[in-house]
Write a protein that binds this ligand. Structure first.
Ligand SMILES: Nc1ncnc2c1ncn2[C@@H]1O[C@H](COP(=O)(O)OP(=O)(O)OP(=O)(O)O)[C@@H](O)[C@H]1O
Ligand SMILES: [Mg+2]
Length: 113
């Protein structure tokens, strides 16, 4: 199992959701977050020093999937989120060791799917 965490531009959320649905990925958690990447959000330079670091509004998606959905989920996120501009976002993939559906106490692949 994998936990796919994606940070995307908020205005891309609808497109990403559509692509995920097309890829038959229906379960997700979505949060509004703030962050900055390699441009440090917005920065002002004065005598070589950065004086201002601004955190930009972003959207975080957390999607837990069985291994066979890893690549298609990533492709769907890229398809929906990519404009080619800086700030398009980032995808982090982690190994997921446990998942438990509280209602039934099912675990692992059954609980995820
Ligand atoms: N290494 C990181 N650790 C944690 N969060 C990150 C990291 N890199 C990016 N993020 C998060 O992802 C958001 C979007 O990142 P962003 O797309 O700007 O990445 P980037 O590395 O600056 O690439 P680009 O040059 O395309 O802008 C950031 O605002 C931040 O919330
Ligand atoms: Mg950036």
């Amino acid at each position: 199992m994998k936990l796919i965490t994606a940070i995307i531009q908020p205005e891309r959320l609808d497109a990403v959701k559509q692509e995920l649905f097309n890829a038959e990925v229906y379960k997700m958690t979505v949060s509004r977050v703030r962050g900055c990447g390699q441009q440090r959000g917005y920065s002002e330079h004065y005598r070589g020093q950065i004086h201002k670091v601004v955190l930009l509004e972003k959207v975080r998606l957390e999607i837990a999937v069985n291994d066979e959905y890893e690549d298609s989920t990533i492709r769907a996120i890229i398809k929906g989120a990519k404009s080619g501009n800086i700030g398009d976002g980032k995808i982090f993939v982690s190994d997921l060791t446990r998942c438990i559906r509280i209602r039934t106490e099912e675990t692992g692949s059954e609980a995820i799917g």
